[in-house]
Write a protein that binds this ligand. Structure first.
Ligand code: ADP
Ligand code: MG
Ligand code: ZN
Length: 476
């Protein structure tokens, strides 16, 4: 039997705010355990939550950027469950009147465009964290994270493959990055993804029983977990084993999902309205102000880069995927006036360096102006392209100014004919065999000789000039 896969994703995003969602405690990572707590986020009886305006405005911003409609009347609800990291025994969330609904993200997979509907974007609070000291028979709990603001972004079951899920997440993260509302770091847990997946016979209209998969700490993990899960489900069906609705954990070491618990239904949570936060209406002007202040988003920027800097679509897509790279490129392209060359350097050497270090382009510590000055030096003939790579490496390692590096190390390109002629003469004298080969018609001997002259001049000779002088001396 052939099966088709149905996937819906739930993404939790930690919002960057000074304080928590419903109290004045700091919303900061890495402080000593339980130092950022108060009666509200510890759930003391009689304490009252107050909605954080900044978190709310961030939430509206995300909702609008994803094309969502803002709910006329917004309400918070209590989602009840018991767990030691949840001091109130309920989580403030949103149930039937969420902040926003009906958005979309457009993705492209294998050259085909696909619309993924966003079902809802709503606000909620995070829980604390359990710590399990090694070897101990007890666990500890840290409530610093309890009550910090989260956004939940839920898709309709519109994704049909693990690859589409990967593309959706990449696109979502790109947009969120532009909005500057979160650091979106999956390894740190500021962006988390729960993946719901089911299969059904190809062509079937009703949905199959879904399984929710958790514990993936990268988009690649999400894709792998889903690939594993669609296979596991198909095999189960073939073996006449019934798929049960459950939550499964991804085990990255073994590359399998493992059953965690049978999936609870909404009714198990006994959702009810949060009586301490009254339902409210958002002033239309507030919404329109946020909408009109939305930054240029990745797709618009990509189109502009193609237009304004005459970049190929591929380059423009790569450069606009993340906001830092887009801004870095734009600044460097403007200062140097050499957009395509800047693009090549960013997508080539600089991308390789930041990938190797697992950091972003900004953290390499080379300013956009410095990259522009390296490119200007190549353009003016002051240094060769090969030396430029050395300068780039040096500037990143030592944090020195590229022009200063060139000056201090004497890397300026030799474009003086006399100096090159001397080097050429030396090389010809030492390589009689190659000279003979060349004269016998083996034209690639020239490449070798050019290489020798470059070596003789420590890579500083102007290659075009070397070629020209060599050919002349060889009697062409
Ligand atoms: P729940 O109440 O269990 O959280 P929702 O209806 O809110 O369920 O859906 C949660 C997520 O699961 C959504 O992203 C939705 O698209 C997805 N989903 C729902 N049903 C299925 C299904 N049969 N197969 C795959 N994904 C599904
Ligand atoms: Mg849900
Ligand atoms: Zn607090």
């Amino acid at each position: 039997m052939r099966y088709e896969t149905v996937i819906g994703l739930e993404v939790h995003l930690q919002l960057d705010t000074q304080t928590k969602a419903f109290c004045g405690c700091a919303n900061r990572f890495g402080s000593s355990p339980n130092s950022q707590t108060c009666p509200v986020c510890l759930g003391f009886p009689g304490s009252l939550p107050v909605l954080n305006e900044k978190a709310f405005l961030h939430a509206i911003k995300v909702a609008l950027a994803l094309g969502c409609k803002i709910q006329d009347l917004i309400k918070f609800d209590r989602k009840n469950y018991y767990y030691p990291d949840l001091p109130k025994n309920y989580q403030i969330s949103q149930y039937d009147m969420p902040l926003s609904y009906d958005g979309r993200i457009d993705i492209k997979v294998d050259g085909k465009d696909k619309l993924i509907r966003i079902k809802r974007v709503h606000m909620e609070e995070d829980a604390g964290k359990l710590v399990h000291p090694e070897g101990a028979s007890h666990s500890l709990v840290d409530y610093n994270r309890a009550g910090t603001p989260l956004l939940e972004i839920v898709t309709e079951p519109d994704l049909s493959s693990p690859e589409e899920a990967y593309e959706y997440l990449t696109k979502l993260k790109s947009i969120l990055g532009y909005l500057k509302v979160s650091d979106c770091d999956m390894e740190k847990g500021s962006l988390r993804c729960d993946a719901n997946i089911s299969i059904r016979p190809a062509g079937e209209k009703t949905l199959g029983t879904k399984v929710e998969v958790k514990n993936m700490n990268s988009f690649k993990n999400v894709r792998q977990a889903l690939e594993h899960e669609e296979k596991r489900q198909a095999e189960a069906v073939e073996d006449k084993v019934k798929i049960v609705q459950e939550t499964r954990l991804w085990d990255p070491d073994r590359g399998v999902t493992v059953s965690m618990r049978s999936k609870e239904e909404a009714q198990d949570y006994r959702y009810f309205p949060e009586p301490d936060l009254v339902p409210f209406v958002v002033d239309k002007r507030v919404i329109e102000d946020i909408r009109s202040a939305l930054p240029e988003l990745p797709e618009a920027r990509r189109a502009r880069f193609m237009d304004e800097f005459a970049l190929p679509e591929y380059d423009a897509s790569v450069l606009t995927a993340d906001i830092d790279t887009a801004e870095y490129f734009e600044e460097s392209a403007r200062v140097s006036g050499k957009a395509k060359i800047v693009a090549n350097w960013i997508m080539g050497d600089m991308a390789a360096m930041s990938n190797a270090r697992n950091i972003g382009i900004r953290e390499l510590g080379l300013s956009a102006g410095s990259l522009a000055s390296i490119i200007k030096m190549i353009d003016s003939g002051a240094i060769s392209g090969k030396i430029a790579k050395e300068v780039l490496n040096d500037a990143i390692e030592t944090k020195k100014d590229p022009e200063e590096i060139v000056r201090l190390k004497g890397l300026t390109q030799i474009s003086d004919g006399g100096q090159i002629e001397t080097a050429v003469a030396a090389v010809l004298a030492k390589n009689e065999k190659s000279v003979k080969d060349y004269k016998d018609g083996k034209k690639n001997a020239l490449t070798f000789l050019v290489g020798q002259v470059m070596k003789e001049t420590k890579g500083k000779a102007n290659p075009a000039l070397v070629n020209e002088i060599l050919k002349k001396k060889l009697g062409e």
